[in-house]
Design a protein around this ligand. Structure first.
Ligand SMILES: Cc1ncc(COP(=O)(O)O)c(C=O)c1O
Length: 423
């Protein structure tokens, strides 16, 4: 038998399969109600608008749409984004500050490629987006997790970590944050902590990676400024995507950063795919510029708000005492904490087999392997009926595993939880 793996590079050993991508293979069966993926509702896709715009783009500009494009991105889309960032976020940038990417997963890879050598330390949230952890690990990063509460990551703890490493004459390569309706826990970073992160970026000269795919999907409350807007150090890099507000099939996102960093990332992107599809970019430019985008986001917000409410109401009615969950003001996910003694990793196989319901194990989002009593639930993809039935089944699984006589804390709203939570 030939050993096909003997010549593989170290990056292959470091890169582990994504738990979610693997789970999706099991949970995609038709009899299973899956809260596992992070998929948008296909009913929310702007199909008619895409048909209309595609014809228009091809009639008007087929030569550019079907040709190779600049690695930096199509100027038409970048112009639209410059205008949008100014109008929606009060962020003033030039086209040179933007790099169009093949969605934000590629942006994460470019950021990691730009900064991480094996054993370089980075700060991530506990819990944090699994796809980012997978990328950082593949580059050999040493991930240091910091917990948070209902206001997001504990910024005092972040500062303590920065000081501790500085005392050893070392430094973190970056701090990675998902400040808006975080994936996985749905929590939003408070205005005060955003100010503090911007101050840390300046004071400790540390890069902050602000990954914000859900920011536009707000159901209630008022948005706090992006960290990019608060920054005065040029150390903040913001990642955006069209996946949740338009369609993930377009594989379209963008990085906003200081032009010197953008230039470095452009060169690295040349080795990945030469350029992001100009066809997708020109359609997206027309989608935003032609007035479709704002209307579409309103529609998406309405659909997801109703689904979040259905899930919250089902949790309230079906879950037993001792189970808590977050109530996100936007986004696609909420976070459930089971009693401390329960292990969502061990319960997963039984949930799929016996109750025909799936979730993502919370430990997969913890760089230190903690969080075994937690799970992430997605509310955007399932129908209202599936949400009601799926939560009933999940609650049954929890009830079947309750320990007799164990202390049951009151159930309900809890903005951040997890084993060893330092709050
Ligand atoms: C926080 C975060 N970053 C990045 C991504 C990657 O998204 P995409 O590559 O579709 O833009 C996701 C996807 O769910 C996410 O939740």
């Amino acid at each position: 038998m030939i050993d096909l793996t003997k010549n593989l590079a170290a990056v292959n050993r470091r890169t582990k399969a994504s738990v979610i991508r693997e789970l999706l293979k099991i949970t995609n069966k038709p009899d299973i109600i899956s809260f596992a993926g992070g998929l948008p509702d296909p009913e929310a896709f702007p199909t008619e608008a895409v048909i209309e715009i595609t014809a228009k783009v091809l009639r008007k500009n087929a030569r550019a749409a079907l040709q190779y494009g600049e690695t930096e991105g199509c100027p038409q889309l970048k112009e639209v984004l410059v205008k949008n960032l100014r109008e929606e976020e009060g962020i003033s940038v030039r086209p040179e500050n933007i790099l169009i990417t093949t969605a934000s997963q590629q942006a994460l890879d470019l950021v990691a490629k730009t900064f991480i050598d094996p054993s370089d330390p980075v700060i991530v949230e506990l819990p944090s987006y699994i796809g980012a952890l997978q990328v950082f690990k593949s580059y050999g990063a040493l991930m240091v997790g910091v917990r948070g509460d209902e206001n997001g990551i504990n910024t005092d703890e972040v500062e303590r970590k920065l000081i501790a490493l500085k005392n050893e004459e070392e430094h973190y390569k970056f701090i990675y944050l998902v400040p808006d309706f975080q994936n996985p826990n749905g929590v939003t970073l408070s205005a005060g902590r955003r100010e503090k992160i911007a101050a840390l970026a300046r004071e400790y000269d540390v890069v902050v990676v602000e990954d914000s795919p859900y920011r536009q999907i707000r159901f209630s409350g008022k948005a706090s400024p992006m960290i990019y807007k608060l920054d005065t150090s040029s150390n903040v890099i913001s990642l955006f995507t069209f996946s949740k507000t338009f369609a993930p099939g377009f594989r379209l996102g963008y990085i906003v950063a200081h032009e010197a960093l953008i230039r470095k990332m452009v060169i690295l992107k040349q080795t990945l795919d030469l350029c992001t599809s100009p066809f997708s970019q020109l359609i997206a430019a027309e989608f935003v510029n032609g007035g479709y985008y704002r209307e579409h986001i309103k529609k998406v917000i309405g659909i997801y708000r109703a689904k979040r409410n259905t899930m919250l109401s089902a949790l309230e009615r079906h879950m037993p005492d001792g189970v808590t969950w977050t109530e996100p003001e936007g986004g696609l996910f909420l976070w459930v904490c089971l009693p401390d003694y329960m292990n969502a990793d061990e319960l997963f196989a039984g949930a799929v087999r016996d109750q025909k319901v799936a979730y993502v194990i919370g430990s997969a989002f913890h760089c230190d392997g903690s969080g075994q009593n937690t799970m992430r639930l997605n509310f955007s993809y399932s129908t209202h009926e599936q949400i009601e039935e799926g939560i009933k089944r999940l609650a049954q699984m929890v009830k079947n595993n309750l320990r007799r006589g164990a202390r049951a804390d009151s159930k309900g709203h809890n903005q951040a939880c997890g084993r060893n939570a330092s709050r």
